[in-house]
Design a protein around this ligand. Structure first.
Ligand SMILES: Cc1cc2nc3c(=O)[nH]c(=O)nc-3n(C[C@H](O)[C@H](O)[C@H](O)COP(=O)(O)OP(=O)(O)OC[C@H]3O[C@@H](n4cnc5c(N)ncnc54)[C@H](O)[C@@H]3O)c2cc1C
Length: 485
């Protein structure tokens, strides 16, 4: 078929978004069942304020490559377009004279705007837009309090989800997928230049991950066969592989939340399975919050934090970003993030807390660094994670609970394996001094070739003074008006 020909057979269009998979894809399955030939497309919209950061652009390239291959093996062709999502999808739909466009519903503010714009553009041409659920386990619109309000407390939210009904079984890849090629051409993936070239900083990230649906399924299967059995105790240990590391796969939709749920809920559900499902529950809760409060990703939910006396401290922010705070657990986490595009959840909490409480840097600046460096950067999870830590969120850790980085390190990295892995310049220090080198005797530092201030920084702030400063700042913010939204 030539590029401008009108297709002979009736068609529909499946628009892939953050759902780069073929299995348990409700929109694709619905399209396959309606008897029309299927055109597929993906739009890279870098005009929006939540366009992917650097690490995610690397992942997106690899994931689109994998999805294109999976579709090509079934006789189709993933059409790639760049630009405003609604306009691009509408133009592909019109050119292919499709009867319907199918996609999964988004929970993000920009995703919802794109859906509304697309519905209008398509309606003007007599084309139907069919939105399907699939990014969440439960419909964020349906989960409400007894009085019909959206829920702000996780436990109440999760209980309401669990009460609302069963999650259902994941769908297989449809056995018949009548894919056809688009009549209009798309972009070449390489032309988007999503991968870093000079310098190519993605070497360690590449070694750590296998983007794409096959990689996601392999990771889920390996987790279900192993770490899941001890998840409750081990998930908090950054020195071990105790959690699933499914987050980038889930955030790109290479595996559906329902498939992740089924891997744990389908077996005899014990405390480990329940703990894992509860974390999937936090993912749901984050989407629920962003759905009902679209400003949540950018603005403190609790009013007193909008007038908090944050500090504008570019030098401190840079030391935190580079893993040079002088607190080994935090520096290890920030370096793990830089090298692999991922950071362990426990360390995310401690490192984020350090930035907003010890250094009094606004949580948005930390969230923005995470956005650029995490392969799993996710608008809802990132904002909810940061606001939980800052104490500014809906169901957040109280502000006065300031993590002590030294105690956290001793508790969760007791043998120092995690810190030694990411901070080689401290690796020869005995474990008793590893997490607090500034308290080590001169002889121990000398033997380990550590020169504080030269080979490893002295702490950027003293914990107790920083804690007192944070509490005083919070008292000032609270004194300035009402404490809750
Ligand atoms: C400051 C901060 C920022 C964060 N930013 C992100 C982010 O951008 N993207 C992201 O996916 N997660 C984020 N998280 C949540 C959490 O740290 C990661 O989801 C988790 O570390 C991913 O590892 P895993 O896949 O091994 O998790 P597992 O423990 O195996 O959990 C399974 C899945 O549940 C979900 N999940 C687990 N914990 C949380 C949580 N606290 N909140 C929401 N969902 C959760 C994730 O999808 C995860 O893949 C953030 C947490 C904090 C404290």
């Amino acid at each position: 078929m030539t590029s401008s020909a009108v297709p002979a057979e009736p068609r529909c269009l499946v628009w892939f978004r953050n759902d780069l998979r073929l299995s348990d894809h409700v929109a694709l399955t619905a399209a396959a069942r309606n008897g029309l030939s299927i055109v597929t497309c993906y739009v890279y919209d870098d005009t929006v304020d939540d366009a992917p950061g650097g690490a995610r652009r690397w992942w997106l390239h690899a994931s689109l490559r994998a999805l294109s291959t999976d579709i090509a093996e079934r006789g189709g062709d993933l059409l790639l377009r760049r630009g405003k999502a609604a306009a691009q999808v509408a133009s592909v739909a019109v050119a292919n004279a499709v009867a319907e466009v199918h996609c999964l519903k988004s929970h993000t503010p920009n995703g919802r705007i794109a859906e509304a714009e697309l519905a209008k553009l398509l309606a003007a041409r007599g084309i139907k837009l069919v939105l399907h659920a699939g990014d969440t386990l439960f419909d964020p619109e349906q989960i409400r309090s007894g009085s019909g309000q959206p829920l702000k407390v996780f436990t109440a939210f999760w209980n309401a989800c669990v009460r609302s009904g069963s999650v259902g079984t994941p769908l297989p890849v449809p056995s018949k997928l009548p894919f056809v090629r688009s009549v209009v051409p798309g972009d070449s993936l390489d032309a988007w230049a999503l991968e870093p070239k000079s310098p190519d900083w993605a070497g360690d990230i590449r070694a750590a991950w296998t983007p794409g649906e096959a990689g996601a399924r392999a990771r889920l299967a390996a987790f279900a066969a192993g770490p899941l059995h001890a998840y409750r105790a081990e998930r908090d240990r950054p020195d071990r592989e105790g959690s699933s590391r499914l987050s980038p796969h889930l955030s790109f939709g290479e595996v559906s939340p329902r498939a992740a749920w089924a891997a744990a809920a389908g077996r005899n559900r014990g405390e480990n399975e329940a703990a894992f499902l509860r974390e999937l529950g936090w993912r749901e809760f984050a989407r629920h919050l962003v759905w009902h409060w679209p400003r949540f990703p950018h603005e403190s939910f609790r009013a007193e934090f909008r007038r908090f006396p944050w500090r504008d401290d570019a030098a401190a922010l840079a030391r935190w970003q580079r893993g040079q705070t002088g607190y080994p657990l935090i520096d290890a986490g920030m370096r793990e993030l830089w090298h692999t595009g991922w950071m362990h959840n426990r360390v995310r909490m401690v490192a984020a807390s350090f930035l907003v409480k010890h250094l009094l840097v606004p949580w948005q600046q930390g969230a923005s660094w995470f956005w650029d460096t995490l392969v799993d950067a996710d608008l809802a999870n990132n904002a909810v994670g940061w606001q939980w830590v800052a104490g500014s969120g809906a169901d957040a850790a109280p502000y006065f609970r300031v993590f002590n980085p030294l105690l956290q390190a001793q508790k969760f990295d007791p043998d120092g394996h995690y810190v030694r892995r990411w901070i080689p310049e401290l690796s020869a220090l005995p474990t008793e001094f590893l997490h607090d080198p500034s308290a080590a005797p001169e002889s121990a530092l000398r033997t380990a070739s550590v020169v504080l201030g030269q080979t490893y920084p002295v702490p950027i702030v003293a914990h107790s003074a920083a804690r007192a400063r944070a509490l005083a700042a919070y008292a000032r913010a609270r004194g300035n008006g009402s404490s809750a939204r």
